[in-house]
Design a protein. Structure first.
Lengths: 358, 358
């Protein structure tokens, strides 16, 4: 099967090997003449999938002891609610947030219903084209929350701040793309549908000891302890999404793990940003020091060339390059499964445009 | 591919044609050389899937005007929370529930955190082997809640009560198995993983006008209006689970719809219950008048024959027959996709056991 160069922002490209195995499992899983999606989630074959997925997360990210790994539902959007409910004290609860994009803003809105929120860093003044730095976090907040990578705007935290409180991070769009020190975080969450798998499950990595201290009566399904005590099987889990995530993590491990992919992601980013900076027809949108390795946002310096450029990349088998409506221009999402040759294909199109207009 | 006779309680059997199409879409969806699970949920091909799925629900169940159809996440367990948050008044909220099994009990636990709950019917005295009837529902409750089919215990409501309030029903394990009059309900919800599709999405059918009357500040993701206003695309939906649900609903429509399947389900149930009642080696667990057409619970009259019986049905290619731990014995789940020939295979095994022991 010839594949497109898929630059979609998410749901996004997955490794072809993973897609093949997932396709096969939908017909015949485990050579048992049953489909993956028609067996009990409590059957041995699926319990093994869940355990393997959890084990791979722990191995790939070197998760220290004392942390639980969960596969939940509802996406990062439900985490926006679960985080304050589980971590913000019922009486006098406070949290510090950074406002670095659409998703960060939604997380702030949700937290405000549970306590006082201090927005300690905010890049909305420049349509979120940079990462705020050097902000002060009040000593007495229950936790600090940040978004590691801003999919829509193409910015990424390169150095996480030191915080006086619990550290919570939404890593939906860059988890498994680079090395992180899990011990520096108390709670990490991520919708699967970028580097981990298909839409339909949310990864949560949580330090067990931080739970149970808010004085709140937390609804069963929104209480992390519910899911920890049942190994993410309190109710029927999203079987297919977890299986494909497991396959994708296994693919990552087989190829050399996070260290390998970080090096490759750096190469891909360097290749594309170099061309954006070199080619007078293009301009990057995000501040250079905050540029995301996952989502590269850029525009044409002369918008009248849009039609020609679009034709060229479409003819080259490239898809998913249109920018988000709130930013405009173009966005090349280069998640783990996107190969260097796809970035080369895009860079060649950009060079071709220059030649044609010379 | 030779298929097993899959009597699993859920996730459970799906039509083979659906599995084939789903498997293909994971590799190449819409003949576009992209996988279903690596395209944007906002792309035209997936928006069409969502619209088609919603349209099929409306058509198959003859949903009247004024109702919305949603595909959410979190399973029925999250609905246990969303129902009281969306329907129970913040001040002096009251609701009536029936306690007919494990899931009903969980829904009651969750509702109690939001207001006063009257358990108006309760079959826990006989390990839930019957459906309570003739109970009184207080006139002033905000809503009445029942579970149409109790998967674990094998009981099913044959005639829904007349209620003086809003009518809410958890139909997770029998939706699309028989004709229902949607206009008699104000809110219906159902986890997909029985008659509708794979685990990972929850169907909600809701009368729009009942929302917004509680005085509560409902968290964004738990507010039905959030999802109604965004056509179930407030955040990334569980793409694969919705696609396979759409395929399954299309399969149902192509074969003759709910009327056709109800007739077939009646035949399957009659065949198996007749054998249970005829064969002196077996005994049904649920009260006859409340027997479920979806989940048939039964035991051996002589438990020393268990080993032989298990051998016989395993040799016949039957799977998923073990009863739930809280009931024991056997449970034959006969969801829509289970064919009459599978029930025949089971009945033949039961007859064979009788012959062997004669």
């Amino acid at each position: 099967m010839s594949k497109k160069h898929n630059f979609s922002a998410g749901p996004c490209i997955l490794p072809l090997d993973v897609l093949k195995k997932a396709s096969e499992a939908v017909l015949n899983f485990n050579n048992d003449n049953l489909s993956l999606i028609e067996i009990s989630h409590r059957s041995k074959p699926f319990v093994e999938v869940m355990e393997k997925a959890v084990g791979l997360v722990k191995e790939l990210l070197e998760v220290p002891k004392g942390y639980s790994v969960l596969f939940l539902q509802g996406g990062a959007s439900l985490e926006f609610l679960m985080v304050p409910l589980n971590l913000m004290k019922e009486k006098g609860g406070k949290a510090a947030y950074t406002n670095t994009g659409v998703w960060a803003k939604k997380s702030i809105t949700e937290a405000k219903n549970s306590g006082e929120v201090f927005v300690v860093g905010d890049s909305s003044d420049k349509n979120y084209n940079y990462i705020p730095k050097g902000y002060n976090i009040p000593e007495d907040v229950d936790y600090f929350h940040c978004t590691s990578n801003n999919t829509i705007f193409g910015t990424q935290i390169k150095k996480f701040p030191k915080v006086p409180s619990l550290m919570v991070c939404d890593m939906s769009s860059d988890i498994f793309s680079r090395k992180i020190e899990v011990s520096k975080f108390d709670l990490i969450y991520a919708g699967a549908q970028k580097n981990m798998g298909p839409a339909g499950t949310t990864l949560v990595i949580i330090k067990d000891e931080i739970l149970g201290n808010t004085g709140r009566n937390i609804p069963t399904m929104l209480n992390y302890n519910t899911h920890i005590s049942k190994n993410s099987m309190f109710n029927t889990p999203p079987v297919f999404a977890i299986y494909v995530s497991m396959l994708t993590l296994q693919w990552l491990k087989d190829h050399g793990g996070v260290e390998w992919i970080e090096e490759l992601n750096n190469q891909k980013a360097e290749l594309l940003y170099n061309e954006i900076d070199r080619n007078p027809l293009f301009k990057g949108i995000a501040e250079k020091e905050d540029r995301s390795n996952m989502n590269v946002t850029f525009t044409l310096t002369d918008s009248s060339k849009e039609h020609l450029f679009n034709q060229l990349w479409e003819n080259a088998g490239i898809s998913g390059l249109k920018g988000h409506r709130s930013v405009g221009g173009y966005r090349a999402s280069m998640y783990n499964a996107l190969r260097l040759e796809s970035v080369n294909a895009l860079v060649n199109v950009m060079k071709n445009l220059e030649k044609k207009l010379r």
